[in-house]
Design a binder for this molecule. Structure first.
Ligand code: P6P
Length: 336
């Protein structure tokens, strides 16, 4: 039986019935993000060619300024969000402070906040490893007038939607609006994100652990003991654990989402508060993980319960399948 092709926009419009008060504004906002992702895909796909037609920061043979891809991704998303009119304020990992979308106020009453990491893992571009765009959507909490920084400093539990785009062997947008997780693969032949992974669930039994063991020496004892547990060669029950680490959060998480596993970026000597950012990376990934049946903590508390105090605040991060999160917690409780 041929499967009905469902595009991202169709899926979100059909999902509007889950939001009784929906006026299509979230639909439009998600459509704007999807459109920006298509444009970013086009540039990412030819990144390898830049050296032929001019390296970053110079002009190419067309005389165009060749921008660093993460700056390009940031400007593309901001442009689509500004013109879409549904976003009151943007907080981007690429910008020091919030971007209040004032011109939207002239013709709409924008209700939403977007926080984003426009292109995470961009250091992997030169080696053609997968990279990603990560985003969260909140309802603004500021009442009237210009949106404020408080709008972007809400707890992750307040997210109305979150997603990421992974620019890998194909471009895929993974999205939750609070009713489960769905994956949409970009079909370049029609230029549409099509539903390819409906109702994604993270296996409650994962066996992949993903951590940069270069930092092992400076991990807390409980983290070391957990890693040793996963690697314990002498275990009577040969544990089928496997180590996988790409060094790109979206790629490492996406693999664990589909196959089960745990990703950790604990605090280290070089990053005592952790490396990953609560607002731009940990909250959206945590929301998706929980919606797929997984869990996400900073080692002690649920990530979505942490109240951000600064836009670029970093936190230690562990996200994954229930069994591995339980094992990590057991070792942290025993060893600290
Ligand atoms: P490390 C990429 O630079 C990034 O921000 C995340 O995507 C990734 O998970 C992490 O840093 C990798 O950091 O220290 O292991 O290279």
């Amino acid at each position: 039986m041929s499967h009905r092709l469902v595009t991202l926009n169709q899926f979100v419009v059909e999902g509007q019935k889950d939001f009784p008060c929906s006026e299509g504004k979230l639909t439009r906002l998600l459509s704007d993000i999807g459109a920006a992702a298509k444009v970013i895909t086009r540039e990412v796909r030819k990144a390898g060619l830049v050296d032929i037609i001019g390296s970053h920061g110079t002009t190419n043979i067309q005389g165009e300024d060749v921008q660093k891809l993460d700056i390009y991704a940031n400007q593309t998303l901001i442009s689509f969000l500004r013109s879409g009119g549904e976003c009151a304020v943007i907080a981007s990992e690429e910008d020091d402070d919030i971007i209040v979308v004032e011109d939207a106020y002239d013709f709409t009453d924008p209700k939403y906040v977007v926080t984003m990491d426009p292109l995470d893992g961009s250091s992997n571009i030169d080696v053609n490893a997968s990279i990603g765009t990560i985003f969260s959507i909140y309802k603004r909490v500021s009442k009237q007038g210009k949106a404020s920084r408080e709008d972007a400093l809400q707890k992750g539990s307040e997210q109305v939607a979150a997603g990421y785009v992974i620019y890998g062997s194909s471009t895929m947008l993974v999205l939750t609006t609070g009713n489960g997780v769905n994956g949409f693969t970009l079909d370049p032949s029609i230029g549409e994100f099509c539903l390819s992974h409906p109702n994604i669930k993270m296996s409650p039994e994962g066996f992949i652990f993903s951590v940069n063991e270069q930092n092992y020496h400076s991990f807390d004892k409980g983290v070391k003991k957990f890693i040793d547990y996963c690697k314990d060669e002498d275990a009577d029950s040969k544990r089928p654990y496997r180590a996988r680490y790409i060094g790109s959060l979206v790629a490492d998480f996406h693999r664990n989402l589909l196959k089960g596993g745990i990703f950790m970026y604990p605090s280290t000597e070089g990053a005592p508060k952790g490396k990953l950012r609560l607002v731009y990376e940990c909250n959206p990934i945590a929301f998706i993980a929980e919606q797929a049946g997984g869990r996400a903590t900073n080692g002690t508390v649920r990530v979505l319960d942490i109240k951000p105090t600064e836009l670029h605040q970093r936190v230690p991060f562990a996200v994954g399948s229930e069994n591995l999160m339980d094992q990590l917690n057991t070792h942290l409780m025993a060893w600290g």
